[in-house]
Design a protein around this ligand. Structure first.
Ligand SMILES: *[C@@H]1O[C@H](CO)[C@@H](O)[C@H](O)[C@H]1NC(C)=O
Ligand SMILES: *[C@@H]1O[C@H](CO)[C@@H](O)[C@H](O)[C@H]1NC(C)=O
Ligand SMILES: *[C@@H]1O[C@H](CO)[C@@H](O)[C@H](O)[C@H]1NC(C)=O
Length: 422
């Protein structure tokens, strides 16, 4: 049966992309890996009247709006090459406070901080407030699909990671890099969704990094997921292991990538029906209420979203939902004993996060529920503010893309940054 499915998928990919794309299928040590790539087709997008910001990359967007940026490549201890984009302060006064690292959420990239434009993107607002901004990309996404020895198109091992590795390797490597280049003793950190999980993992597994953090902000914090409201993850979580095994056997270890079909399809549909298709997708996934994000930003966001994750990452989140624990990846009893010295994976000990933390949560967040945020908040030893956005319809992605985000979220961040960075 699996052989047949595998052949059908190959055939389908062939038909879809033979005209102009690239496909390769590799079987290494009994590990299949399918790689295919759709051509970008910018002239077609232009001809169809796409909003330009949908398909411009980070550097093109910041250039367009007159913000000088630099691309830096950071190499992790295990060989991944991560792109971090620096937006230089753009203000009359002197550079302010410590540098700020921005870490995007799942399926996303550094672009999430700027895609709404120069008036409303947090990356720009921080630069306008004289901060030195570093918008990071975790391993495996469109900008960080690189490794010193592994080939993401051919080596299944490249995709063997979850947010555990983001927290253990990626964030510490980025923190050390920024400190070295800027010659500063500390950084600030702002994460959204999985970008918060990455930080909680680092603070728990590598508590020595707390000395390098001035303060961290967590938009829609994700750690405990016992009370997630969104129905789809609840439904799928108990089967996440079988789903991952099936995907891996078929060769799909990289999911929701920018060069894959689902991205092109949604990017296209969202240009023409942003509220009806993309708004509804956000509603199903996160509880989003129509109207809270402009149609323009819905359309543009789906040109950048689906920047690529690993199947193992989704499985790890499935385990958090299914067990109700914020714990390391579950490899099964035998392997757990070998790796962790216990039959079940240890929980991340967030009580080791001694640096100053600000949580920013939303009342209508289908992913980061208030009950779960309470569990996290009760364990954090240095929580300086647990801010609940005062709008009952406020949801997961409104935190970054919402019409009112500059007023009710970003102003709060800037106020607290200024207070603790002077
Ligand atoms: C396909 O691969 C070839 C050779 O590696 C490369 O030159 C070409 O640009 C690729 N095409 C696309 C659409 O990615
Ligand atoms: C962004 O686009 C420009 C122009 O197409 C290209 O030269 C550059 O390499 C791209 N940057 C990244 C990080 O992909
Ligand atoms: C968000 O959506 C809710 C429900 O549709 C609406 O009451 C509220 O005014 C919206 N907020 C914004 C900023 O559009």
């Amino acid at each position: 049966m699996e052989g047949v499915i595998f052949k059908l998928i190959k055939l389908l990919l062939l038909v879809l992309y033979l005209h102009n794309g690239n496909i390769s299928i590799h079987a290494a040590r009994h590990q299949n890996l399918i790689y295919y790539s759709l051509p970008e087709k910018r002239p077609l997008k232009k001809a169809l009247g796409f909003i330009e910001d949908t398909y411009l990359n980070f550097t093109e967007l910041t250039n367009k709006y007159g913000y000088p940026t630099e691309q830096h490549d950071v190499i992790t201890d295990d060989g991944y090459i991560l792109a971090v984009f620096r937006i230089l302060p753009k203000c009359d006064g002197q550079k302010r406070g410590f540098p700020i690292i921005l870490m995007h959420g799942i399926y996303d990239s550094s672009d999430e901080w700027i895609l709404t434009g120069p008036e409303t993107g947090l990356g720009y607002i921080l630069a306008n407030n004289c901060y030195d901004v570093w918008a990071a990309n975790h391993r495996g996404n469109v900008y960080s699909r690189r490794h010193v020895t592994l080939n993401p198109n051919k080596d299944a091992d490249f995709w063997d990671y979850t947010f555990d590795e983001h927290g253990y390797y990626d964030v510490p490597a980025i923190v050390d890099y920024v400190l070295r280049i800027t010659q500063q003793p500390k950084v600030n950190y702002i994460g959204h969704s999985q970008g918060t999980t990455d930080f909680f993992v680092m603070g728990s597994l590598r508590p020595e990094y707390n000395n390098k953090i001035q303060m961290s902000f967590h938009l829609s914090p994700v750690a405990w997921m016992k009370n997630i409201a969104s129905p789809l993850p609840r439904l799928v979580a108990p089967a996440s292991k079988s789903i991952r095994r099936l995907l891996d056997d078929l060769g799909f270890r990289e999911l929701f990538a920018k060069h894959q079909f689902i991205h092109s399809l949604l990017e296209f549909l969202c240009q023409f029906a942003p509220d009806d298709i993309c708004g509804e997708a956000y509603t199903a996934a996160t509880g989003y209420k129509r109207g809270n994000i402009s149609s323009r930003n819905l359309a543009v966001s789906f040109g950048h979203l689906f920047a690529g994750i690993s199947s193992k990452d989704l499985d790890h989140f499935g385990q958090l939902v299914a067990t109700g624990r914020f714990q390391r990846y579950d490899y099964g009893m035998k392997e757990n004993i070998k790796r962790y010295g216990s039959p079940i994976p240890p929980e991340y000990d967030v009580s080791k996060i001694t640096s100053a933390v600000v949580l920013i949560s939303a009342q209508n967040d289908g992913v980061s529920s208030l009950k779960d945020v309470e569990i996290l908040a009760s364990k954090l030893p240095n929580l300086i503010e647990n801010y609940l956005v005062p709008d009952p319809s406020w949801s997961h992605n409104d935190q970054v893309f919402g019409k009112k985000a500059p007023k009710i979220v970003f102003a709060k961040i800037v106020e607290l940054l200024n207070k603790y960075n002077s």
